[in-house]
Design a protein around this ligand. Structure first.
Ligand code: SF4
Length: 218
């Protein structure tokens, strides 16, 4: 009889046997098939509870497709990566067209806390791959998830995928990736990339894109 945690929708194959993960071309998604045993949970701050209801009082909420552990998306972090549905980026040769459907997958609010219960000890960061349709309610939802992850001692990262500056609502995240995927310029690991990764340090965001790029050969 499978446990409740093994039934968590969108879990990697080690958690949900017999299901192969699909990969989005924007993300590496490596090492995601890692099974993490449930551990004793740290106490929540009494002032913060993740409400099991829509924080914005609307029916439309963020959906996700799958989640798992990866060390590639954020430098020096082991990230619980969550693939958010509703992508608006319309990249050329999209590798994961289903992510462009806003209601594809599972409601994140119903499962987010369970994911952190599974991964809080193995992960150091929660990485949201995509920001949905960018509505006000969805942004509030992402800010709520980031704040909740912070209460569990985890950093947070947003993969925006848009050509944008760092917007005010994003300032809850410890890492922010901006920039659309343009094949001719390449991903973060390309020296010609148009994408940027920022890390918050001392209250300001520093461009750390070079940490993804190979150093010079000697
Ligand atoms: S359109 Fe969205 S889902 Fe498709 S490859 Fe681009 S970022 Fe990924």
């Amino acid at each position: 009889m499978p446990s409740k945690k093994r039934d968590l929708p969108g879990a990697p194959p080690a958690l949900r046997k017999g299901v192969e993960p699909a990969l989005c071309g924007c993300y590496d998604g490596s090492d995601r098939a890692v099974f993490i045993k449930a551990e004793a949970q740290p106490p929540l701050k009494p002032s913060f509870r993740l409400r099991q209801q829509n924080p914005c009082g609307r029916k439309k909420m963020l959906y996700y497709v799958e989640f798992g552990l990866s060390h590639r998306e954020v430098p020096d972090e082991r990230s619980l990566c969550i693939y958010i549905s509703g992508c608006r980026n319309h990249c050329e040769n999209c590798h994961y067209p289903e992510l462009q459907r806003p209601d594809y997958g599972y409601p994140l609010l119903e499962n987010y806390r369970k994911m952190l219960d599974l991964y809080w000890r193995a992960a150091s960061c929660v990485c949201f791959l995509g920001e949905g349709r960018g509505t006000l309610s969805e942004r509030k939802e992402l800010v709520l998830y980031s704040a909740y992850a912070h209460t569990r001692g985890l950093k947070t990262c947003l993969y925006s995928g848009r050509d944008t500056f760092i917007e005010e609502w994003m300032e809850t995240f410890d890492y922010i990736k901006t920039g659309s995927y343009r094949p001719e310029l390449g991903p973060l690991s390309s020296p010609r990339t148009n994408q940027r990764m920022y890390r918050k340090s001392g209250g300001v965001y520093i461009n750390v894109t070079e940490e993804f790029q190979p150093g010079p050969d000697f």
